[in-house]
Design a protein around this ligand. Sequence first.
Ligand SMILES: [Fe+2]
Ligand SMILES: [Fe+2]
Length: 202
Amino acid sequence: MTSALDAIHEFLPCRTPARWIENALANQDLMLIDHAHCEKKAASTALSLMYRYVDNTDLLNKMSRLAREELRHFEQVLAIMKKRGVAYDHLTPARYASGLRQEVRAEDPGRLVDVLIVGAIIEARSCERFAALAPHLDEKLADFYNSLLKSEARHYQDYLALAEKAAGESINDRLATFLEIERALIEEPDTEFRFHSGPVPG
Ligand SMILES: [Fe+2]
Ligand SMILES: [Fe+2]
């Protein structure tokens, strides 16, 4: 596992800022609610790819498994929320996913390559954040987050492999573009705390 996490640290443009960890620890209920939304959204993104690219068998298989795993994570977060008396509710979306999606090309095949790259980045960042948070959390939540980071690391690899296959050429330039945007979204001060937000100044 250490090597998968090392690969993710190498892939991402920066580490989660210490201030964001403080934000998360001070807003654990909100973190769980947003985390539940993220798992549900991850499943829904995978399903929409399955509707759009019906001739891509590798994508269909990987996204079907991924969607099932994300829905399972969703159920696990809901169970933890219930135990802790945290009510699920709507939330305004973070700037993170929309900030990355703005750069996605409108036409295929570029569109598919970009959506898959965004998927890889989101999975990698989720994995990095679970690992960064775990040492600061209570034992139950730490165990849960440590268990999640393994599947998110595999999801990152699946998305990246699908992006390379869809492109049929090096995706390094597109990756560099998206990773530069990601760095700003992670490092620049944000207005609201979310699982993928930037640091919210105190
Ligand atoms: Fe997940
Ligand atoms: Fe995932």
